[in-house]
Design a protein around this ligand. Structure first.
Ligand SMILES: NC(=O)c1ccc[n+]([C@@H]2O[C@H](COP(=O)([O-])OP(=O)(O)OC[C@H]3O[C@@H](n4cnc5c(N)ncnc54)[C@H](O)[C@@H]3O)[C@@H](O)[C@H]2O)c1
Length: 252
């Protein structure tokens, strides 16, 4: 077990990559805090973990609200007594370019950048006591141009840079900070995108797969493995790094 007795927060764990990560962490021995704005998804992840005898606590929180961001760490330490790992996975998807309104920009930046920064700020107070690891979810969208996407892509590019800066600021406290940058992964977020663009799953897989070396889109679990690696002691000399998990998409 690679995370035995560790306490981990996974934001946005009520769905997709966050849920897969929370489940994998619990299987690897971690006590997991599932933090999500959506109580239905969050409770369902908690139920899936308990079903397999994992240890889990659900916190309903909107990371874009300062009080909620603070409460995630407070409840974690109140419930499990410590904090070792933070996975900043929650994100909002404003998949627009010039069409994005000021309100939509505020939503995108407020959740993906400011919310992530605030959740991290409060978590770091606890991580500083004994060291730990932070994994931020970037995206290949932070490295490449995609049509009508920049209100989202800009936040993911910012997260990659925030990862480097945080790694520098926290190195002396024995806190490592890395980013995982997925390519096209089949999650409820991708299904929403398919619905919007009128694509079937088969078409999505074919179209996105053609942009990779492996000929298919990825599964949430394949991203969770990378997050687990960076969160674990196996990555003890890795900090400030960004790991793409994209089937070769950005290497093409
Ligand atoms: N799916 C992909 O293809 C893909 C690709 C690259 C990067 N990513 C990144 O991976 C992460 C997870 O994506 P996913 O596809 O699993 O998405 P998803 O929509 O399936 O899950 C996101 C979760 O975050 C929660 N959330 C949203 N706003 C929140 C808020 N303000 N506070 C708390 N929780 C909030 C949602 O309720 C949901 O449970 C995101 O950071 C995303 O940018 C996904």
């Amino acid at each position: 077990m690679r995370l035995k007795d560790k306490v981990a927060i996974v934001t946005g764990a009520g769905s997709g990559i966050g849920r897969a990560t929370a489940e994998l962490f619990a299987e690897e021995g971690a006590k997991v805090v599932v933090a999500d704005i959506d109580p239905k998804g969050g409770e369902e992840t908690a139920r899936l973990i308990r079903e397999k005898k994992g240890v889990v606590h659900f916190v309903r929180a909107d990371i874009s609200l300062d009080d909620d961001a603070r409460r995630i760490s407070q409840e974690t330490v109140g419930t499990f007594g410590r904090l070792d790992i933070l996975v900043n996975n929650a994100a909002t998807f404003v998949l627009k370019g010039f069409a994005a309104t000021v309100e939509e920009w505020k939503q995108s930046l407020g959740t993906n950048i400011i919310g992530t920064a605030m959740v991290t700020k409060y978590a770091v107070e606890h991580l500083k006591k004994h060291g730990g690891a932070i994994v931020n979810l970037g995206s290949i969208s932070g490295f490449i141009a995609q049509p009508d996407f920049f209100a989202y892509s800009a936040t993911k590019a910012a997260l990659v840079q925030m990862t480097r800066n945080m790694a520098m600021d926290l190195g002396a406290h024995k806190i490592r900070v890395n980013a995982v940058c997925p390519g096209s992964i089949i999650t409820p977020a991708s299904f929403r995108h398919m619905e919007k663009t009128g694509m079937t799953l088969e078409q999505f897989n074919k179209e996105e797969g053609a942009k990779t070396f492996v000929g298919r889109a990825g599964q949430p679990r394949e991203v969770a493995w990378a997050i687990l690696f960076l969160a674990s002691e196996d990555a003890s000399y890795i900090t400030g790094a960004s790991l793409t998990v994209d089937g070769g998409y950005t290497a093409m």
